[in-house]
Design a protein around this ligand. Structure first.
Ligand code: GRF
Length: 208
């Protein structure tokens, strides 16, 4: 399974995916491309790992040109699976349709709480603390046309502490949950895709 990771920021989740890959923890998938919607540290991390890194600046290109370049790039690299790892742009229906059930996102809350439009970055954790929830966590889900609305693949919770700030809560979710949950879920999903693909290929070739 050929994977493209889409990024906007620090790229610590990308790093976790790359480390897992180096350790052989995703036997069925391989990250072959990283695309950023802006200049960011994540793209530098990709280059350091010798992965092709493409910057498509959404702000200067505009939404339409950005998406057509994105689709062209994904097509040229024969991408099977897209992983959004701290990617801040919302993809249009054209992309979510074209890659239906083939886009995975990680969101730093327990969906359906604190998700959807406007809930990104520290705002997610601010809202969680403001509401006084006692647990939070992260969700890995498939992406469809509804922001943070697609089928949930995996979730993991942690306790919210009495003295948590949005920054401390966000950091703990990132380190204790996201860096493990995302690579694990991507590996399972690649295995699932691989099995389905060979099933379909065998059916097409009349091997059953
Ligand atoms: C993560 O919390 C991710 O869930 C969210 O943005 C943060 C990005 O972290 N969408 P990084 O860029 O992977 O370090």
């Amino acid at each position: 399974i050929r994977i493209a990771v889409l990024v906007s920021g620090d790229g610590s989740n990308l790093q976790a995916l790359l480390v897992a890959q180096k350790r052989g923890e995703n036997a069925d998938g391989r990250i072959v491309l990283v695309i950023g919607d802006r200049r960011c540290t994540a793209l530098e991390r990709a280059e350091r790992h010798d992965i092709e890194a493409v910057g498509l600046d959404r702000r200067t290109l505009g939404g339409k040109a950005f998406e057509s370049r994105l689709l062209a790039c994904l097509g040229q690299h024969n991408i099977d699976l897209i992983v959004l790892a701290g990617f801040l742009s919302i993809l249009s229906c054209e992309v979510t349709e074209r890659y239906r059930r083939r886009i995975i996102n990680i969101h730093p809350s327990l969906i359906p709480s604190f998700c959807g439009k406007g809930y990104y970055g520290l705002r997610v954790h601010q809202a969680a603390l403001h509401r006084g929830v006692k647990i939070s966590g992260a969700t890995v889900h498939l992406v469809d046309e509804v922001a943070d609305g697609g089928p949930i693949l995996a979730q993991q919770a942690i306790d919210v502490l009495g003295d948590d700030t949005p920054t401390s809560l966000g950091r703990r979710i990132l380190e204790q949950v996201e860096w493990k949950l995302l690579p694990r879920t991507v590996a399972s999903y690649c295995l699932y895709m691989e099995r389905n693909m060979s099933l379909l290929q065998n059916l097409a070739a009349n091997r059953y």
